[in-house]
Design a protein around this ligand. Structure first.
Ligand code: ADP
Ligand code: ASP
Ligand code: MG
Length: 402
């Protein structure tokens, strides 16, 4: 039995007309394959659910996950009805019905196990399983969610579990671009990109694929295709590096406005202090990204600047303030008016001068760099938020990506 996975994001199921369009794409493949269609909620629906949760203003994670994953139930039911109306044998499934077992880490649960016998049984008398993305169920039997953008991860996990022929991620752009096409019209579609580059691009802000879905595809050596549900053009293949003939020095420029900068000044300059500070944050599950330390002029204290995700700003500040006696710093400040800009490319490993070009370009645009971090295939800088578009366009052009 040949199985393919087709995942459709929120914009592809935004209304009934779009869902009809999805049913056409699915019906074109139904003769040759058994199909698992993984769906998101209608575009904007999950944000609206989040607003309702915020209005209640009480932390109770199992209920929050139950609410935020409910948009997917609507699209799954509607598409399966439409397929059956067209004579295509389809069955709708929610995450818990499979079940997709996750840990109990609500809001960002990790998939532990997928029992695929239910899906295989469904294929005995159905041609299509329409499955809700983004949802799982904990061992305690509570509904969990896989983090925003999590239906990409559902699709990849199902593809790996069923050893699928293909895993196609349909969205509102024609593939992965050299930068966000909605920011820079001159962005170019990339035909093939390595897992490593895609991983950096996603985690540095290219939300076209959830980072975790790329990690999972890489671990399972599973080729993904990102393509548009509105055209029939081929999309972008995300593949093993060995399948790339040419390694671009820079493949893409990304931005993330979802950052905030925390500066602690007057920190004693002695061994163990950083371990205390970052230990406090780690205990609260807060990810720290860029870190810069300056020794102050007196030589006995230092200033420490680092970035966290915007949503973690207040908790980080509160926790560090609670521990002021232990760390013995003078002052703490936060700034959410920042953006992280990154350039990503496999060829960077063997080419020098990429960072210099980035810094020179930003300098000539009169954009100040607040922090820097690098990996083998990525350079990131933190800049003021108001410069986001200007920086993306300048870098996209200087690396000749347009
Ligand atoms: P879906 O609803 O299909 O899951 P998303 O909104 O999660 O879609 O992801 C698609 C969006 O990702 C595009 O509309 C685009 O604005 C954004 N995006 C950001 N960076 C990139 C990039 N480098 N290539 C393609 N799209 C990108
Ligand atoms: N509907 C969820 C979200 O908006 C999951 C997804 O779209 O992948 O984050
Ligand atoms: Mg998405």
């Amino acid at each position: 039995m040949k199985i393919v996975i087709m995942k459709f994001g929120g914009t592809s199921v935004a209304d009934l007309e779009k869902i009809q369009n999805v049913s056409k794409i699915v019906s074109d493949s139904v003769r040759d394959f058994k199909i698992v269609v993984v769906l998101s909620a209608m575009a904007g629906a999950t944000n609206e659910l989040q607003k309702l949760i915020d209005k209640v203003n009480f932390t109770s994670l199992p209920e929050q996950d139950l609410v935020i994953t409910s948009g997917e139930q609507v699209t799954v039911g509607l598409l399966s009805m439409i397929l059956n109306k067209q004579g295509i044998k389809s069955i709708p499934l929610l995450g818990w019905q499979v079940p997709i077992i996750t840990d109990s880490n609500h809001e960002k649960a990790k998939i532990l196990n997928i029992n695929n016998s239910k899906i295989l049984n469904c294929f005995e008398d159905h041609d299509v399983v329409v499955l809700a993305g983004f949802q799982g169920v904990s061992k305690e039997g509570m509904v969990t969610s896989l983090g925003r953008g999590g239906s990409d991860t559902t699709a990849v996990a199902i593809a790996a579990s069923l050893n699928a022929e293909r895993c196609d991620i349909y969205t509102d752009v024609e593939g992965v671009y050299s930068t966000d096409p909605n920011i820079d019209k001159s962005a170019k579609k990339i035909d093939k990109i390595s897992y490593e580059e895609m991983l950096e691009m996603s985690s540095m802000g290219a939300k076209v694929l959830q980072t975790r879905s790329v990690e999972l595809a890489m671990k399972n050596n599973l080729t993904l295709q990102v393509l548009s549900s509105l055209t029939t053009k081929p999309g972008t293949l995300i593949v093993n590096e060995k399948k790339l003939i040419e390694k671009e020095v820079v493949s893409g420029v990304t931005y993330s406005k979802n950052e905030s900068k925390i500066t602690i000044s007057g920190v004693p300059d002695k061994p163990g202090i950083s371990a205390i500070i970052f230990g406090i944050l780690a205990k609260k599950n807060i990810n720290v990204d860029m870190i810069v330390q300056n020794i102050s002029q007196d030589g006995v204290s230092a200033n420490l600047t680092f970035t966290v995700q915007s949503r973690d700003t207040d908790v980080s500040k509160d926790e560090l303030e609670k521990n002021i006696a232990k760390i013995k710093y003078k002052h703490i400040s936060t700034d959410t008016d920042v953006t992280k800009i990154s350039v990503v490319g496999m060829g960077m490993m063997s080419q020098t001068g990429v960072a210099e070009k980035m810094f020179k370009t930003l300098a000539s645009e009169k954009i100040n760099i607040l922090a820097i971090s690098t990996s083998e295939i990525k350079i990131s800088v933190l800049i003021g938020k108001k410069f986001t578009e200007q920086a993306v366009k300048a870098l996209h052009s200087v690396y000749k990506l347009n």
